[in-house]
Design a protein. Structure first.
Length: 470
């Protein structure tokens, strides 16, 4: 029984052994396969690692805080941009002040040195510019002032119009009593057209010293300007009629002089040899020249002519001849006639001359250019024939037609000599008279001379030389 049992066991063992052996082989194959794959992956990873390791990445920079000490030389020597100032005032200096002074000088508000220093002279020039342009005249060149100053709206400094002559005075008054000392008021630069309390103070002080006789109304007109001029001339100042800082300082000081009034000069009667009185740039009349026997043209000519002004005057002998000449022209059917100008004071001429200069300045000319342009048609004060009362400007009262193209002018050219008048300024004689032709301007010399001048073709300058050689 036992032997059979063992035989059975032995029969079964070979099968189990085979199974186990087969399983072991399978496991070995699987393990070998897995091991092969594992070695391949490990090799690939190692190759990749070796490849990556061949590139050495740059290290990331480490942020550090560095303390830098400024170079003292650069701090003190390298120019730094300066902010543009919003205003310029006393004490300012530099290129902007220099430009300001130069611009004010171009417009005739500033006459000092262009030195880039904003002093009292620059301040007063700014104040006058501000006043003339309706700005607050504080003497500070702020943004608004600078904007107007450098614009096309900036006007040249105006010339103060000359006032009419004062009434005649026949005695000399000299007062030795020192003028009372007054505290100098803080007033702005004042000129023609100013108004207000400052002008009131100015007029009161001028009145106290005898220079001003008008009403104290706070209006800076002709009378006030003339009073300032007389004060300036008698106190060693430039007589420009503008109450500036220096004028105000002396006016309200103990050194201010009372007015000294000199007698009115005797009139010059233009008869006989005086009828040929030569007046031009080379023969200037004295400032106190006044012709004698002046009359209103209207009082003699009446309704025979038209008048630009009812107050036109002339020397009687010339006005009488003018009336006869116009009556003769009307008898020939030539008219109407209008008298534009007659006698003109030297002060009147100054105003006309200054206004002409101002007009040319507004057109962009420099001061010297404007004066030169003016002198072509306007005589300098004291150099005008109208001061004699023997010259008249005539018109045909036709604004649409130049006088040179009128029947009135044609008649004058032919007949004025017969009544003692000459055509004073012609194009042909411009190089001698110094003036462009003025077909409207006639001058009385009397028939004794006018007819000779016509026949010889001489202007007044040439005729006088001819007479001297006779």
């Amino acid at each position: 029984m036992q032997n059979n049992s063992r035989k059975k066991v032995r029969r079964k063992n070979p099968m189990l052994f085979c199974f186990l052996a087969a399983l072991l082989i399978v496991l070995i194959i699987i393990f070998a396969f897995l091991a092969a794959n594992s070695r391949q992956s490990t090799g690939e990873l190692q190759a990749a690692y070796d490849k990556d390791a061949a590139f050495q990445p740059s290290p990331s920079p480490t942020v550090r805080l560095v303390s830098v000490t400024p170079d003292p030389y650069l701090v003190t020597h390298v120019p730094q941009p300066s902010p543009t100032p919003s205003f310029l005032s006393v004490g300012s200096e530099g290129e902007m002040v220099r430009q300001l002074q130069q611009r004010l000088k171009e417009l005739d508000y500033y006459t000092g040195e262009v030195d880039g220093q904003y002093g009292s002279g620059t301040r007063e020039a700014v104040r006058f510019f501000q006043y003339q342009h309706g700005l607050e005249n504080d003497g500070v060149a702020g943004q608004q002032t600078l904007a107007v100053l450098y614009s096309n709206q900036a006007k040249p400094c105006p010339y103060t119009p000359m006032p009419q002559p004062e009434p005649e005075v026949t005695e000399t008054i000299v007062v030795q009593t020192p003028a009372p000392v007054l505290a100098t008021p803080s007033v702005p630069l004042m000129g023609y057209g100013a108004s207000g309390e400052s002008v009131v103070q100015l007029q009161q002080r001028l009145q106290q010293l005898g220079y001003y006789t008008g009403s104290v109304d706070g209006q800076y007109g002709n009378g006030t300007a003339e009073a300032v001029k007389i004060f300036q001339s008698q106190n060693g100042l430039s007589a420009d009629g503008i109450a500036g800082e220096k004028t105000i300082h002396i006016l309200f000081s103990a050194n201010a002089k009372y007015i000294t009034i000199t007698p009115t000069p005797s009139p010059v009667y233009l008869t006989g040899e005086n009828i040929l009185l030569l007046v031009n740039r080379q023969n200037k009349l004295p400032e106190d020249f006044v012709p004698g026997d002046l009359v209103k043209v209207k009082d003699i000519c009446g309704d025979n002519v038209l008048y630009a002004s009812q107050n036109i005057q002339g020397v009687r002998v010339a006005v009488v001849a003018l009336n006869e000449m116009i009556a003769a022209a009307k008898a020939d059917g030539i008219g109407p006639w209008k008298i534009r100008e007659g006698y003109r004071t030297i002060a009147d001429q100054q105003e006309i001359f200054d206004n002409s200069v101002y007009t040319f300045r507004k057109d962009g000319q420099t001061k010297s250019q404007a004066i030169s342009s003016t002198r072509q048609t306007v005589a300098d004060p004291g150099c005008s024939e109208h001061h004699t009362g023997l010259a008249f400007d005539l018109n045909a009262n036709n604004p649409d037609l130049p006088f040179a193209d009128t029947a009135q002018y044609a008649w004058l050219q032919k007949h004025c000599w017969e009544h003692g008048f000459i055509m004073r300024y012609t194009d042909e004689k411009e190089h001698i008279t110094g003036f462009l032709g003025e077909e409207w301007h006639v001058r009385y010399v009397g028939t004794e001379h006018s007819l000779k001048m016509r026949d010889m073709g001489l202007c007044l300058e040439e005729y006088i030389i001819w007479l001297d050689n006779q």
